[in-house]
Design a protein around this ligand. Structure first.
Ligand code: SAM
Length: 299
């Protein structure tokens, strides 16, 4: 298979392939499906499909088993960076690139193009819920209410690709709110974190993470910072700084950012975020209030 030029690392691809190959012998329901929430041009879908292809699931039962979701709408950041050279402009569909990249496994894929908040949700349980799509508080609440309840205790895995990425506080806060139900298992380099399912999530377990008291939110960050290692601690600490900045606690945000800058000065995986976070704080001061994070992010 040609290499798909996506946004996940080789280790994350290997992990997805390994789960899709082996989860069926580790308790996943026979009829369960795999969800690729945010497939972009198909790297995660192909990794999951390769694993499924190597699994003991019979070929005819692999068909339509991977539910891939994406808006397929080129953003400015994609046009300027990830899709540079493709000729695509902001607003154009990149679905044709996805179709080309997944062609060898297209039968395995049920494609849900468009906003996941308006798409079909599987009726079957979900064995692997790979989430790389949470660009806002609202989408996080939606996915929590509609998809998390499809996870089966002791049988399914939830993987948050953006966990260590500092710009999505909604991912960290929701997983802190659900920490007795969805248990932090481990961090796949570079960004994904895998969660085990201890209990079934009920729709009423999902509380908007914007309701979390700030002190609790900061505590959630500290607990997860303790669970990861090395540079990921610095990236999550910058996430905590950005969370503070988004609440207009700019001086605390700046202090924490500069502490991280000193502590991780030789770690490009951390320092790569400094300019954006300092810029967010500067803009909040210049404009008198911070830009809501879900208007400031999204690639
Ligand atoms: C970081 S990319 C996914 C990268 C991909 N998993 C890979 O392996 O390269 C996030 C994707 O989520 C999609 N997305 C963001 N919000 C969405 C929404 N509300 N509904 C559907 N797709 C969405 C974007 O179009 C984008 O392709």
């Amino acid at each position: 298979m040609p290499y798909v030029d996506g946004m996940i690392t080789d280790l994350e691809r290997q992990a997805l392939g390994c789960f899709a190959k082996n989860i069926w012998e580790h308790g996943a329901s026979k009829e369960a499906v795999i969800v690729d929430g945010g497939c972009y041009v198909g790297a995660s879908t192909v990794a999951l499909a390769e694993g499924l292809h190597e699994s003991k699931v019979p070929e005819q039962k692999r068909r339509g088993r991977i539910w891939s979701y994406d808006l397929f709408r080129t953003t400015k950041a994609m046009a300027d960076h990830y899709l540079k050279g493709s000729g695509l402009q902001a607003g154009d569909s990149f679905q044709p690139i996805f179709e080309k990249n997944v062609a060898a496994y297209r039968d395995y894929v049920r494609l849900e193009a468009g906003d996941i908040q308006k798409a079909q949700v599987p009726e079957a349980p979900v064995a692997i819920l790979f989430i790389d799509i949470l660009w806002s508080w609202d989408c996080t609440n939606y996915v929590g209410r509609r998809f998390y309840p499809l996870l089966e205790p002791g049988r399914s895995l939830l993987i948050h690709q953006d966990f260590v990425y500092p710009f999505y506080p909604w991912v960290i806060l929701t997983m802190g709110q659900l920490s007795n139900i969805l248990l932090f298992a481990y961090n796949v380099q570079y960004s994904s974190v895998v969660f085990d399912v201890a209990k079934r999530v009920r729709e009423q377990d999902i509380d908007d993470p914007r309701n979390v008291e700030v002190s609790r939110g900061l505590n959630i960050y500290d607990q997860f910072i303790d669970r990861v290692e090395g540079w990921a601690q610095g990236a999550l600490a910058l996430g905590k700084a950005l969370y503070l900045a988004s609440l207009n606690r700019i001086e605390e945000a700046r202090r924490l950012t500069e502490e991280v800058a000193v502590k991780f000065a030789t770690e490009p995986l951390v320092t790569q975020y400094l300019e954006a976070i300092r810029g967010y704080c500067d803009r909040a001061v210049a404009e008198g209030k911070p830009v809501p994070l879900d208007q400031a992010v999204g690639i």
